[in-house]
Design a protein around this ligand. Structure first.
Ligand code: URA
Length: 223
């Protein structure tokens, strides 16, 4: 496939064609960010800006930008931390072991990955999966905030402290606030443990299930 075709496919995937499986590096070339494009479909401009982004050092080491996937009209949005190796290679969030656990959680909620929207607060993989630096979180924050503004879900689930802190701009500790309803821009926000934490601490799964039952009740899904 030529670079042009791969770029086109990456853009389509970010726009909701989630069956596309790109395992190669796909640097999107300049996609025109005109006023008309923003008027027609703000997702095009946002996705293009993310794919071209060089706002922080992570641009230099990424394979793919991991923009987000799922239903752009979703009632429920999951916000994670940052891509790991699998996500960086595939260009899709939560596709590794933690992702499989998130998929299981979504299924337990009687939903599918296509019903919800999934994104991270950091769009490019930090080397060796280190924690994101404060300036990287600052640089990337506009993307997740605009994604939330475009989707306007009924509920956001923040997975782990980085998702929670970056979205809200507040220094919440995840253990202190998990399971308690918070608010982001008028949207109900449920903080819970990150699936990667659950892989290391399976005892936390029962707490996450309690939290997800609150989310289901809020969305009118029978438990
Ligand atoms: N952890 C995250 O926070 N996001 C991913 O996409 C994968 C693992």
């Amino acid at each position: 496939m030529t670079d042009d075709v791969l770029s086109e496919l990456a853009l389509l995937r970010d726009l909701g064609y989630t069956h596309l499986d790109l395992r190669v590096s796909v640097p999107l070339p300049a996609v025109v960010e005109t006023a008309e494009a923003v008027d027609e479909d703000p997702w095009i401009a946002l996705s293009a800006a993310a794919h071209e982004c060089t706002r922080c050092r992570l641009a230099g080491t990424r394979t793919n930008v991991v923009f987000g996937v799922g239903n752009r009209n979703a009632d429920l949005m999951f916000v994670g931390e940052a891509p790991g190796r699998d996500e960086d290679l595939k260009g899709e969030p939560f596709v590794g072991r933690a992702g499989q656990l998130l998929t299981d959680i979504i299924k337990a909620m009687k939903l599918t990955r296509d019903d919800v929207y999934i994104a991270n607060v950091i769009k490019c993989r930090p080397p060796e999966n280190r924690n994101p630096e404060p300036d990287e979180l600052d640089a990337c924050r506009p993307y997740i905030r605009q994604q939330v503004d475009l989707i306007r879900p009924k509920v956001i689930v923040a997975l782990g402290r980085f998702g929670l802190q970056s979205l809200t701009g507040k220094s919440y500790g995840i253990t202190a606030v998990r399971g308690q309803w918070l608010e982001y821009n008028g949207i109900k926000l449920m903080p819970t443990y990150h699936p990667a934490y659950l892989l290391r601490n399976p005892a936390g799964k029962k707490d996450v299930w309690l939290d997800m039952k609150k989310v289901m009740a809020e969305l009118g899904i029978a438990v």
